[in-house]
Design a protein around this ligand. Structure first.
Ligand code: URA
Length: 198
């Protein structure tokens, strides 16, 4: 096992014990990233959802399935990507027995940023993809109007290039009549990162 792999396991233990914000107390567990420790492309989402919280793995729920479809359409392989989130614990509100996703507050994303920075420092990807506003804010260090700034590379505050695009749940929630156009535009955004594999 390489020292970076050991350090990532240590990071996983540390995020699990993290109580720097209130989210860790209510979540089942933290969800750290997954993928090769030296992946050239890191994909950053917002936070684990209900399924991710239960399984302890990122992007395994409905948003993850859509992301997997995009990966297949792009001819990428998920095994080559390091997939993680800006926030490591699931934030939700209870409606009856259902746990409904709540967007993390800025202070919660800020509290989590050093964990994401540690992952980036260990994996050292050539570039990153920010899926949605929370990830973009963490990686660029400023508020990012995603619909205006999507589909191009930005200089990340993390010292690496960051491609900004929509979060897959924005496509899941979007206007059904615009579904095909939204999908095509999303794939077009993501395809800019294909050059990383060349
Ligand atoms: N949404 C995210 O941003 N990340 C996940 O891991 C799952 C859903």
């Amino acid at each position: 096992m390489t020292s970076a792999t050991i350090a990532l396991r240590e990071l996983e233990r540390a995020t699990n014990a993290c109580r720097e914000c209130p989210l860790g107390e209510r979540a089942t567990q933290s969800v750290l990233g997954e993928g090769p420790v030296r992946a050239c492309l890191m994909v950053v989402g917002e936070q684990p959802g209900d399924k991710e919280d239960q399984e302890g793995r990122p992007f395994v729920g409905p948003a993850g399935r859509l992301f997997d479809r995009a990966v297949a359409e792009l001819g990428w392989s998920r095994e080559k990507l390091y997939v993680t989130n800006a926030v490591k614990h699931f934030k939700y509100e209870l409606r009856g027995k259902r746990r409904i996703h709540k967007t993390p507050a800025q202070r919660e994303a800020d509290a989590c940023l050093h964990w994401l920075e540690s992952e980036i420092a260990l994996v050292r990807p050539a570039a990153l993809i920010a899926l949605g506003a929370v990830a973009a804010r963490s990686l660029l260090g400023r508020r990012v109007p995603v619909r205006r700034e999507r589909g191009r590379w930005h200089e990340g505050a993390v010292g690496r290039r960051v491609l900004v695009t929509l979060h897959p749940s924005a496509l899941l929630r979007g206007d059904p009549e615009q579904k095909v156009a939204a999908w095509t535009a999303w794939i077009e955004d993501l395809s800019l990162a294909s050059q990383i594999f060349d």
